[in-house]
Write a protein that binds this ligand. Sequence first.
Ligand code: PEP
Ligand code: MN
Length: 236
Amino acid sequence: MKDKMIIAGPCTFGTYEEIYEIAKELKKRGITYLRAGTFKMRTSPDSFQGLREEGMEMLLKVKIELGMKIVTELTSIEQVKKYGNQIDIIQIGTRNMYNYELLKEVGKCKTPVLLKRAFSATYKEWLSAAEYIKREGNKNIILCERGIRTFETETRNTLDLQAIPYIHKNTDYKIVIDPSHASGHAYMVEPMAKASLAAGCDGLLLEVHTHPEQSLCDKDETIDMKTLDCILKELD
Ligand code: PEP
Ligand code: MN
């Protein structure tokens, strides 16, 4: 596991106890990067939007209590100004890869940025988004492939593993693979994580929950701790 960056945690959470329990299980397994969204970008305004500021306070509390690094999505310039330097990695979600004003704002922070590929972006558009961040001074950018939209409707998206050799050959960026949002199915996460490792990815972003069926968001793609253990075993 040493040379691969493993970022794991729930899509979102509804209570402090929930996020703390998951974080504790992850820490036990040697995972240092806890991912969890609190400012959620949901397709429907009727869906749970995250605990927002309240959730951010909980994440910052977990950071102190368990000494974990926090990876979470920020969706507005205001949030970046407020929390950008308090978290460990700023996630830019697929829907915001084209939000150039937001990219410029995270470019002013010193915090590393996990830049997710927009679900319809070409490699060049993705790299051009990274350039917006870089030009403001923040060169600490990690790219994340999270599936692109294709004609297939049985899966949430289609994982583009070709992005791994492309990014390695043409850039100096590290590339992390998110098989959870790519497939939308928990049973596909382990085989796709293995395929990503075989293709040479620099890390994985995994949606994990101690009780996936209780996830407030993306429960169909969320793996349990047992599946996570199988992926971690593959890494060793
Ligand atoms: C997430 O990681 O929780 C997320 C919403 O991802 P994406 O922006 O790739 O859909
Ligand atoms: Mn999710």
